[in-house]
Design a protein around this ligand. Structure first.
Ligand code: EPZ
Length: 422
């Protein structure tokens, strides 16, 4: 049988959405347990496919992994393997996050090269270059990154800001011999949580500039990674606020860190929505008229690329032309044609999508292509007349915990559909 998501016209939503732990913080925190001399308990762990995949990868390396409802316990004291196999890495490119820790702990490892994905080639050359500057000998053999050598502290500069590249090198530097100074480091909240966790483990790690860190490594000595409560998922929170926006409903997200969402909240306000921001709760209120918006995606603290597709869906209902420029990934407009199938009027010129609104949307069959694009199609399905069928929904469940349950609890009508394969 073939599964897809049926989204029915749900013009008004109401209530509160509890936000789960951040997938993009859970993944590096699971990887950093490789450096731990004690079992690590991660709480607020989101029950999403990517977390399960990283759990399988750690198990495949010989770690003890227990993943339950909202938590995980990771014991890497008896790691036996240092190879991250293709079969697992091909399903989740963030598997690359074990490269730095494995090399730092064992002095050698083989990690399958993550392939590209729908949104772009997404090379890992900057991860490799930095490890080479730290003394690693790295070859690419039969699709694997083969790395060996004792890591030494170094002066490093990232030619381009990279989130997992920063995380990989920060973890490697924590194990290196001597001091590293790393420049042009990503400062996403998920990167900062990893750094705080290393600091709590006793690593000498200092933020000496906005994008500059100094780390004195332990020369391979394992560290007591503390039990850690994962920060809320700012992109999940933004996605549900976008659901409130596109249906022009009053809606709240709770268990959030509003400060992590500033650039996103600013854009909601520019589009005419009123927001009430409390300590760990944000409420969005309907706009009199939804205003068109100009968005340029860039590394944190600027507007996140992971919210680009969701805002494009909202912009189809804005009263005018919105301009959305995607600067991080070369192919992150796959949702445009799908939104146009629903009746949107979006034109791509180079890196800029022009969204002409408002356009009434009508339900149709659409194809999910990546995690965030698929959430944009669900949002559009809420206001499209009739029924929208979102295919390849495995993308959705990689990063949104209990999505159907959370949406139903605020009045959205959706269900899993099944059909025999054509
Ligand atoms: C992280 O991916 C996130 N994933 C992505 O979220 C997010 O979209 C992205 O950062 C940007 O914010 C995780 O954290 C697990 P990058 P990452 O390295 O680290 C280029 C989601 O939806 N680059 O910051 O892979 C790269 O091609 C996912 O949860 C190189 O050229 O992204 C891209 O153009 C999707 N060489 C840019 O840098 C490198 O060695 C930013 O990529 C590394 C990156």
């Amino acid at each position: 049988m073939y599964k897809y998501l049926k989204v029915y016209h749900s013009p008004k939503l109401a209530g509160e959405v509890p936000i789960s732990g951040a997938k993009n913080s859970a993944l590096p925190l699971m990887a950093v347990t490789i450096l731990s001399n004690r079992p690590v308990k991660l709480t607020n762990l989101p029950g999403v496919a990517d977390v399960k995949t990283m759990g399988r990868l750690l198990e495949n390396l010989g770690a003890g992994v227990e993943i339950g409802e909202g938590y995980g316990i990771f014991d890497t004291s008896s790691l036996t393997g240092t190879t991250a196999v293709y079969e697992i890495v091909k399903t989740m490119r963030a598997s690359i996050l074990v490269l730095g820790p494995l090399l730092g702990r064992f002095g050698n490892c083989r990690v399958s090269l993550p392939g590209g994905c729908a949104i772009g080639a997404r090379p890992v050359n900057l991860h490799i270059k930095a490890l080479q500057q730290m003394g690693a000998d790295i070859k690419i053999e039969q699709g694997y990154i083969c790395a060996e050598g004792r890591l030494k502290g170094a002066e490093l500069f990232f030619d381009q800001i990279t989130v997992t590249g920063s995380e990989n090198i920060i973890m490697a530097a924590a194990m290196a011999k001597g001091k590293s100074r790393i420049l042009n480091v990503a400062q996403e909240p998920e990167v900062l949580q990893l750094c705080n966790t290393l600091k709590e483990a006793g690593v000498d790690i200092q933020r000496v500039g906005e994008r500059e860190w100094e780390i004195v490594g332990t020369d391979g000595e394992l560290i007591p990674i503390p039990d850690t409560h994962i920060i809320p998922d700012r992109i999940e929170a933004g996605t549900y606020l976008a659901a409130g926006a596109i249906t022009n409903s009053q809606l709240s997200v709770v268990d959030v860190i509003p400060g992590d969402l500033e650039p996103v909240l600013a854009k909601f306000r520019e589009m005419g929505y009123r927001l009430e921001v409390e300590k760990d709760k944000i409420t969005i209120y309907p706009a009199q008229t939804i205003q068109p918006v100009q968005i340029v995606t860039a590394p944190h603290p600027e507007f996140p690329t992971d919210m680009q597709a969701q805002f494009m869906a909202i912009a189809t209902q804005a009263d005018g032309v919105s301009l959305i420029e995607e600067r991080l990934f070369e192919n992150r407009f796959m949702h445009v044609q799908e939104l146009n199938r629903l009746g949107a009027n979006i034109v791509i010129r180079g890196k800029v999508a022009s969204v002409y609104g408002p356009t009434p949307l009508v339900g149709a069959d659409v194809m999910a292509t990546d995690l965030r694009a698929s959430s944009a199609l669900v949002l559009a399905g809420l206001i499209a007349k009739g029924e929208t069928r979102v295919h390849r929904i495995y993308h959705l469940f990689r990063g949104y915990e209990k999505l159907i349950e959370k949406f139903r609890n605020i009045g959205a009508k959706m269900e899993i559909g099944e059909e025999p394969r054509p």
